[in-house]
Design a protein around this ligand. Structure first.
Ligand code: DGL
Length: 266
């Protein structure tokens, strides 16, 4: 028996499209329904209670649109809300923290791992705990990088200002000689080139989108939820259609977004 219902993907905004991109690549026969809370982004500077409330609303929305499982494609929501919200709904849910932690623990040979993320994700210690649960000999160096999200959203990755900000944030991790660096925010893959350049190629970057899509495949297999639809489609819902949405979204997804709807106007 195959299940043709869509995979529900949720992010605070557009960043989760980097995860949607990997899922489309890994699971081309799966339809996707994406919910980006563009009216309330960023989550990274908000309180735990607020992030939990917004995550509950997103999961309810995706469930009511027949999602067969939920991918919390936002590190901040995965870190702060997923452990609580996943017990409140009878639908399989996965986030991006555990897949990223697993990949980092596997990759490091020096046992020194850096994690960069939003302030809320770093303060939650979710990555540190997840990595050290796998291997408690690993030392985790965490660094909040709150200015990276606006830099990406402005398309400023290649500007000299980005170079300075990357240097400011990442110098302590370079000094610590981390050999693996977790991009613990869905926006950061768009700065990967610049981050790699600053770290001078001596570091492996971990983007949890790839490992998350592998874990999602295993979850769908285990729950017997895989689809065999050769006409799979993707629908994108946002809570506010800001100017430049399509342009920015296409950058994250790596191709144009069609079928974008504003929640409430479906
Ligand atoms: N998508 C969020 C994350 O991965 C970053 C943007 C935000 O602060 O909401 O943490």
């Amino acid at each position: 028996m195959k299940n043709l219902n869509p995979i529900g993907i949720f992010d605070s905004g557009l960043g989760g499209l980097t995860v949607a991109k990997q899922i489309q690549k890994r699971l081309p026969k799966e339809s996707i329904i994406y919910y980006g809370d563009t009216a309330r982004v960023p989550y990274g500077s908000k309180s735990k209670d607020t992030i939990i409330k917004f995550t509950r609303e997103a999961v309810s929305f995706l469930k009511s649109h027949n999602a067969k499982c939920i991918v919390v494609a936002c590190n901040t929501a995965s870190a702060l809300a997923l452990p609580i919200v996943k017990n409140e709904f009878d639908i399989p849910m996965i986030g991006v923290i555990n897949p990223g932690a697993k990949a980092a623990a596997k990759k490091t040979s020096s046992g020194k791992v850096g994690v960069i993320a939003t302030t809320a994700t770093i303060n939650s210690d979710a990555y540190t705990n997840a990595i050290r649960d796998i291997n408690n000999k690993i030392t985790v160096y965490s660094q909040p990088c709150p200015l990276f999200v606006p830099l990406v959203e402005e398309g400023w990755g290649d500007k000299p200002a980005s170079e300075l900000i990357i240097k400011e944030y990442l110098s302590p991790l370079k000094t610590a000689k981390v050999d693996t660096l977790v991009l613990g925010c869905t926006h950061y893959p768009l700065l990967a080139k610049q981050i790699e350049k600053f770290m001078t190629g001596n570091v492996s970057l971990v983007d949890s989108a790839t490992t998350c899509s592998n874990d999602l495949n295993a979850l769908l297999e285990e729950k017997k939820l895989l689809s065999d639809n050769t006409n799979a489609n993707s629908t994108f819902f946002v809570t506010d259609m800001a100017a430049r949405f399509s342009e920015l979204g296409a950058k994250f997804l790596g191709k144009p977004l069609n079928a974008i709807k504003v929640v409430g106007n479906e």
